[in-house]
Design a protein around this ligand. Structure first.
Ligand code: C5P
Length: 299
């Protein structure tokens, strides 16, 4: 293959329960991920051996590094090294829609998509499970973006167990001005919060399996939310506004600052999205659905 295109989703955490830290400073998590239809597109093509290039367009691309600190380039190089791809070289182009530093795992998604795309480009004989192990080396959220759907994450978030969720989950994502650094939000959490149990909210998984979106909406939880709000106080008003406008659930996505609002009806989601657009605390608004597949080769 000379060119491979991959589509990869962003995620929202329906539950994000944060426990004790391990020796490396990572927190034990009990989380429920859902992949949503806000996707980045990744195109890879062959370059001569040893040449690795990255270009990024779209949402937030001006803020992204295109050197070796970018997780997508690190993903390509990790795959090439681990599988001893002798003639490895690649041009990676990413069309971004997932917000940068928004709490929707945009960087992790690009790493997951690049792993899948380069494994096809270089005809690397790696199973999905082997790719998932490489993904876990790159970051705690990366394995989930390969898997997609709805899944429980434990450990650092990389140990996954799929949830057979039913129903359609309509989400309105309100993107904030500026981003939040995930380590900074965890530091603020550590500074202000005692370690808590990582037990998932009672009834959340059964509500997901039943496809009871109203019930799911009432059980959303994010232990990082208060820390994110302390770092960006305007987020509190965005959440309250979405609740008042009729969201079934309102939560900060991951470490923020994107606010996520849940609906069981697309028209209702569109109506609230239009109302949120005019709020000064919100940079832009997207209406999407979950769950969707993980990283997939589309061409
Ligand atoms: O795993 P990843 O590199 O995406 O994590 C980014 C940062 O988020 C880590 O450096 C750490 O500060 C924080 N983190 C954490 N515990 C986790 C996952 C992430 O403290 N389970």
């Amino acid at each position: 293959m000379s060119i491979v295109q991959v589509r990869v989703p962003g995620k929202v955490n329906l539950a994000l329960c944060v426990g004790e830290t391990d020796a490396q400073g990572y927190h034990e998590l009990g989380t429920v991920f859902q992949a949503v239809s806000l996707c980045d597109d990744i195109t890879v093509s062959r370059l001569p051996q040893g040449e690795f290039r990255l270009s990024v367009t779209g949402e937030g691309s001006a803020f992204l590094p295109i050197d070796d600190t970018n997780l997508a380039l690190r993903a390509a190089k990790l795959l090439a090294n681990r599988y001893q791809v002798t003639d490895a070289g690649v041009a990676i182009t990413i069309r971004k829609r997932i917000p940068v530093a928004g709490g929707m795992a945009g960087g992790s998604a690009d790493a997951a998509g690049t792993l899948l795309a380069c494994s096809a480009l270089w005809a690397v004989n790696a199973s999905r499970e082997e790719l998932r192990d490489l993904a876990a080396e790159l970051g705690s959220d990366v394995p989930f973006l390969l898997l997609g759907g709805t899944a429980i994450g434990t450990g650092r978030g990389e140990k996954l167990s799929p949830v057979p969720a039913s129903g359609v989950y309509h989400w309105v994502f309100a993107m904030a001005h500026g981003g939040l650094s995930t380590p900074a939000v965890f530091r603020e959490f550590d500074r202000t919060t005692a370690a808590q149990p990582t037990t998932l909210p009672e009834g959340l998984i059964s509500a997901l399996v039943a496809g009871d979106v109203v019930d799911v909406g009432s059980r959303l939880v994010n232990h990082l939310q208060s820390a994110a709000i302390r770092l960006q106080p305007a987020l509190q008003r965005t959440l309250i506004l979405g609740q008042r406008l009729g969201a079934l659930g309102a939560i900060i996505s991951g470490s923020g600052p994107t606010a996520a609002f849940l609906f069981d009806d697309e028209e209702e989601a569109n109506r609230v999205a239009r109302e949120l657009t005019v709020f000064s605390g919100v940079r832009s608004v997207r209406v999407v659905q979950g769950p969707v597949a993980g990283a997939q080769i589309v061409a």
